[in-house]
Design a protein around this ligand. Structure first.
Ligand SMILES: [Fe+2]
Length: 263
């Protein structure tokens, strides 16, 4: 499926209309825009996630459940991206990140399994684990399709940068507000926080920095990849914002939204 491009697109597009052609990008401009996009994402996440601390418990469970589908698809998309990349630092780094996502040989340490233990510990029943929002399943399926058909650099922007750099921003903000919820505070001692320890701490920050360095080396070696990389990253931002907006629309009762749909 094609993503609804305009809804939830950042107020300042990552790729200006005139900058899609080859030669319109250089590394410095790219990273400046990437930093701005990250800041804008952080501000948007901060605005949205405020509602979490006041959600009814069941809505909070439903909200948290929806993120599991991202963690599952991220793994197979990363594998697909790896298959397309040339030998080099970025391919090797992403393969290490993939191995960590898979639990490095221990199925119980695969990140989706760790996330499911968090869900179980906040009272999500096993039969509710498969209830993904159709709109978000379509978004994730669309990303996989694009990854399959587009150039490797587009995939790096879509899943290499988007997954590691953008995802961490949202998760950190989500965790900040999640843990202030009265239910979370009351049951803090019996909640399995492992997923959050991994994804909002030092390890994920280091992943983000290493990924950025490896992507920078990748575009140093192949500057012609920049337009595709930028386009993939913009796609990632739009999809990511829409993914979360769908979750908010489905899980947050009207009146508790702290942002409008078009923000
Ligand atoms: Fe992970």
């Amino acid at each position: 499926m094609s993503l609804q491009k305009n809804q939830n697109a950042p107020a300042t597009p990552f790729v200006p209309a005139m900058a899609t052609r080859s030669g319109a990008w250089d590394r410095k401009t790219f990273w400046q825009r990437a930093d701005k996009a990250k800041e804008a994402t952080e501000a948007l996440a901060e605005q949205k996630m405020k509602a979490l601390s006041r959600l009814p418990v069941d809505a909070l469970r439903q909200f948290c459940t929806q993120y599991r589908f991202f963690t599952i698809d991220y793994i197979s998309d990363l594998a697909l991206l790896l298959a397309k990349l040339p030998f080099g630092g970025l391919r090797s780094l992403l393969s290490e990140i993939l191995a960590e996502e898979l639990g490095e040989g221990d199925a119980a340490k695969a990140h989706p399994e760790i996330y499911d233990r968090f869900l179980a510990s906040i009272g999500v029943e096993p039969e509710r684990l498969e209830r993904g929002l159709p709109a978000n399943r379509a978004i994730l399926g669309g990303l996989t399709e694009e990854l399959r058909h587009r150039a490797p650099a587009f995939g790096v922007g879509l899943r290499g940068m988007g997954g590691e750099c953008l995802c961490q921003t949202y998760l950190s903000v989500m965790f900040e507000h999640l843990r202030t919820h009265p239910y979370m505070r009351e049951h803090a001692n019996r909640i399995d926080w492992e997923f959050w320890t991994i994804h909002t701490g030092e390890q994920d920050i280091v992943h983000g920095e290493l990924t950025r360095q490896a992507i920078d080396d990748y575009i140093r070696q192949d500057p012609g990849a920049l337009p595709d990389l930028a386009e993939g990253y913009e796609r990632s931002i739009t999809a990511w914002n829409l993914f979360w907006q769908n979750i908010f629309d489905a899980c947050v009762p009207p009146g508790r939204h702290v942002m409008s749909k078009t923000t």
